[in-house]
Design a binder for this molecule. Sequence first.
Ligand code: BG6
Length: 503
Amino acid sequence: MAYPAAQHEPSYPREAHITGPSNHHPASSLLLFGATGDLTKRKLLPSLFALHEDGLIAPDLRIVGTARSELTDKEFCQIAREALHEYLPDDRKASDKITSFLEHLQYQTLDASTVEGFDDLATKLGDISGGLSIFLSTAPFLFEPTIRGLKSAGLTGDHIRIGLEKPLGDNLASSAVINDAVASAFSEQQIFRIDHYLGKETVQNLMALRFANMMFEPLWNANGIDHVQITVSETVGLEGRHGFYDDTGALRDMVQNHMLQLLAITAMEAPADFDATSVRDEKVKVLRSLRPVGASEMVRGQYGSGAVDGKSVDGYFDDLGEPSGTETFVGIKAHIDNWRWQGVPFYLRTGKRMAERRSEIVIQFKCVPHNIFGDRGGKLNANRLVIRLQPEEYVRLMVMAKKPSMDRDGVTLREVPLDLSLTQAFSRARRRIAYERLLLDLIDGDPTLFVRRDEVEAQWRWIDAIREVWETQEVEPKPYSSGSWGPSAAIALTERDGVSWNE
Ligand code: BG6
């Protein structure tokens, strides 16, 4: 549904401001590994530029990029300029602040697989007594050598923090190797594991919805809720990431991190404070309460040819150029074994080349205990709360209302939406990309929106058990047409419980 543009942004007189904890100190230097990579060009540089444009980073913040390519500072700036030109929205491409942003940037060539070269990197960084934040987005095999190199060059210590981009391993054991390597040089408080979904404004808003309002909490449990649906569907296919994606698959690419974080925030108890320890303590309890999933409660799928957005597209086999047993779709009926959620299924689904790009959480409440309108023909639907995270941003509560009439032939009840469009309510606020917030928090040293080691490990434990079921019971991906909502088995997964996916 499209929303008309707001004429005026409503004022919210009772706005509560959450200020950051006072013990966080902005670093005076930022070091980007993988500085010539896709993530840096598409997301990190545009995000840093946005922070610069809005005056959110210090004018003297030094941003040092490093990668294998032999580049001078000037050549790196040129690459950055081109990336900004390509990936900034059209209305900001010509910003007069681009030149002043590029003045933040420097570059150091480095082969991170050997310790040689790290001393030169340290020399380039110079005085880092004002604090250094490191953003590590490299191939998994480079994590350990990079940490070794940082240690050898003295680039560890209390004034340094390190952000780690996924993939952090591909199972519990390999993630533990990476986490151990990082822990040999940095304490947990200095490690910022990135799940970019936590940087999304709408995901943070889920916490505000739950914990800044009285009305939902009393019903937010097995007494009030019938089931929960979490959908993260994409229309894109492989996007040139053939090798990585085929080795990874949808379960590890999306469920292990983003979907489980959404589930944890939806299901967690109220933290005592909005701080890193309290929030993460509550999330990890949920992740540890996830029940292992049986083969009958999950669906693997792989897209075939079809049509997306009116254009015909190839199947995964043709996109990849060879047959593959990797899944591009996963549907799971998950259970959280604790008091609050006993008997409440959490249906999860995610996939590539699906009918729509959509991330949403649907809370299906239970029916009222007795329908007083039944004798007059009034039919009731149970209330449903739809939290749309993207591409639109809204919270919609479906409530029952009486259709206006004299009711001589009975009462007609209809479901009507109570809508809160976040885009409209905050129409003057620029929509930021998730990495803007995460980079700022990494520079400032606020770990609340980053993932703690025990969370990652609880996530992997659950995912590894699923993969073991797939292996031992030879669960192969079922085909689905591109542009559909996944294999028919994913529909059966909910329908046999009398539940339909929200579509
Ligand atoms: C990434 C996955 O983590 O998230 C990608 O590796 C996926 O495969 C992406 O496309 C989705 O993120 P968003 O923010 O576009 O929903």
